[in-house]
Write a protein that binds this ligand. Structure first.
Ligand SMILES: [Zn+2]
Ligand SMILES: [Zn+2]
Length: 238
């Protein structure tokens, strides 16, 4: 498994390229691009050159601008769809509908109030899998930060010197190392987030390796031990 992370844009959102392995100069391998946010396109192009990859699909963990600003550009250039949960699809073209008022001046300054729709859109459905580029992402709807947040799980991955394979989960803005995503943006809902954390997130095994939408990687064991929102005595969110 090849996973290439890059933090992009003013909000330093993590964009990940995922492939079964690197390609060869004469035989590029397919890859998925997860969360190509602001300024991700040249980063994706450089990673594709370096590892001899060709984009086979673009996936958004959710519709916030810092995660999808370059989704249509990356997908259209490759002639492939952008996959997103339908509840967040409107944010692909109207990003301000998912942001707070204090973000408006920056978004206007960047000229990103409206984005072109991708030529093709595919939908992420809870409980189903997306099989593309030689990898399988299992999909779990995880609303609360936005209505369309989806956890993307790769099963059976060896990280570093692992002897046993484990699940690797792209958590978007649902869970971060030591924290969780904010719930005060349009479509955010503390009660819904509490339910997502108690059910979807808590169903992950200790060994699960988490790759969040911002900041460092972590594990479920570490989050159960130290994340105040995932401890057994977690306070209500609303
Ligand atoms: Zn977000
Ligand atoms: Zn974010």
């Amino acid at each position: 498994m090849l996973i290439v992370p890059a933090a992009v844009g003013p909000w330093q959102a993590n964009c990940y390229l995922v492939a079964a392995g690197a390609g060869r100069p004469d035989h590029p391998a397919e890859c998925l691009v997860i969360d190509p946010g602001m300024g991700a396109r040249p980063v994706v192009d450089a990673a594709c050159d370096r590892y001899h990859l060709r984009v086979a699909g673009v996936v958004g963990t959710h519709g916030h601008l810092d995660h999808i600003a370059d989704a249509a550009a990356v997908a259209d250039a490759a002639g492939v769809p952008v996959y997103i949960h339908p509840a967040d699809e409107h944010l692909l073209t109207r990003p301000l509908e998912g942001l707070s008022g204090d973000a408006v001046p920056l978004v206007r300054q960047l000229g990103l109030e409206r984005l072109p729709a991708p030529r093709w859109t595919g939908y992420l459905t809870d409980g189903l899998s997306l099989e593309l580029a030689g990898v399988r992402l299992d999909l779990r709807h995880a609303p609360g930060h936005t209505p369309g947040c989806t956890l993307l799980t790769l099963d059976g991955v060896r990280v570093g010197d692992d002897e046993e394979p484990r699940p690797l989960v792209f958590t978007g803005d649902v869970v971060f190392a030591g924290s969780i995503g904010r719930m005060d943006l349009p479509g955010g809902d503390p009660a819904v987030m509490r339910h997502t954390l108690d059910t979807v997130v808590q169903s992950l095994p200790d060994a699960a390796y988490l790759l969040p939408g911002h900041g460092a990687a972590t594990t479920m064991a570490a989050e159960r031990a130290s994340n105040p929102y995932l401890s057994p005595n977690a306070a209500p969110l609303s």
